[in-house]
Design a protein around this ligand. Structure first.
Ligand SMILES: Cc1cc2nc3c(=O)[nH]c(=O)nc-3n(C[C@H](O)[C@H](O)[C@H](O)COP(=O)(O)OP(=O)(O)OC[C@H]3O[C@@H](n4cnc5c(N)ncnc54)[C@H](O)[C@@H]3O)c2cc1C
Length: 231
């Protein structure tokens, strides 16, 4: 049996190689989308032509989203707990996660590759600063992660149950979950999370997802590139 805590074959590393997102499976392709749009007329095609590309672009531009819902992707995501908290706000995804009630093996903790400064005029934002001498602070974060892990182990060794002991593990704990979503809601997620308003860490995952799905939806990606987005 394979272990879930390793990246699948088709994956992109993120967060200084501490996290990853992989494509586990997908259902349908761009032809599925245009066929779904044509169900109203009782027509079905096997391959896309130029008119279908035009139809695809029309559907996206006019937010005619239901045909996009027939294309579905399943991802495996390895990310810090605080990224998972943001991700799981997206209710249109289906999730399953490794449970720390069942296992304590493979515990890992994220140490940021660089610390950002708090933005002065936006409480939700941060600012990268190449002159920020953060090495000592990042070492303290790594040490804090290990101290939390040591307390967790001490609690387990004293006979405390896993479901209570995990309460001392920090937000930097890495978690692994599966997420399944249709293309319409995935595009919504990408709009919100590959954005300058989103936290850098979750934005890394959104950019990686674009790379993973681009080969399956080349015309959709090209449409957004024409709008000025990077895919
Ligand atoms: C930059 C940024 C900052 C944020 N800051 C905060 C914050 O400070 N505090 C906070 O609590 N959250 C915050 N969020 C989370 C945000 O409020 C949303 O919960 C999150 O982005 C998920 O978006 P969504 O609901 O559109 O996505 P999904 O849950 O995937 O829903 C997609 C769409 O489906 C529809 N939908 C889904 N569920 C319902 C429903 N129950 N009723 C009606 N329509 C529904 C809506 O049209 C929705 O847009 C932030 C998000 C971003 C991107």
């Amino acid at each position: 049996m394979e272990h879930l805590n390793v990246p699948p074959d088709n994956h992109v590393m993120v967060l200084d190689n501490q996290g990853w997102v992989g494509l586990i499976d997908h259902l349908g392709n761009e032809t599925t989308i245009v066929n779904a749009a044509r169900v109203s007329f009782g027509k079905l095609k096997k391959e896309m032509d130029d008119r279908d590309v035009g139809l695809l672009e029309y559907l996206i531009a006019n937010k005619h989203t239901s045909p996009l819902e027939h294309l579905v992707f399943t991802f495996s995501i390895h990310c810090p707990l605080f990224v998972r908290g943001q991700w799981h706000r997206h209710r249109t995804w289906s999730y399953n996660e490794i449970s720390r009630r069942y296992t304590e093996i493979d515990l890992e903790f994220y140490t940021p590759p660089a610390l950002r400064r708090q933005a002065e005029n936006n409480r939700q934002a941060s600012v990268a600063d190449a002159d920020f001498d953060d090495r000592g602070l990042r070492e303290k974060i790594a040490a804090h992660n290990q101290t939390s892990f040591a307390l967790y182990n001490e609690l387990l060794e004293a006979g405390v149950c896993r479901e209570q002991a995990r309460g001392v593990l920090p937000q930097n704990m890495m978690v692994t979950f599966w997420g399944t979503v249709d293309l319409s809601n995935l595009l919504h997620f990408l709009e919100l999370r590959d954005s300058e308003h989103a936290q850098w860490e979750i934005r890394e995952y959104a950019c990686a997802i674009k790379k993973l799905i681009k080969p399956y939806i080349p015309h959709v990606a090209a449409y957004f590139e024409k709008q000025g987005q990077i895919w």
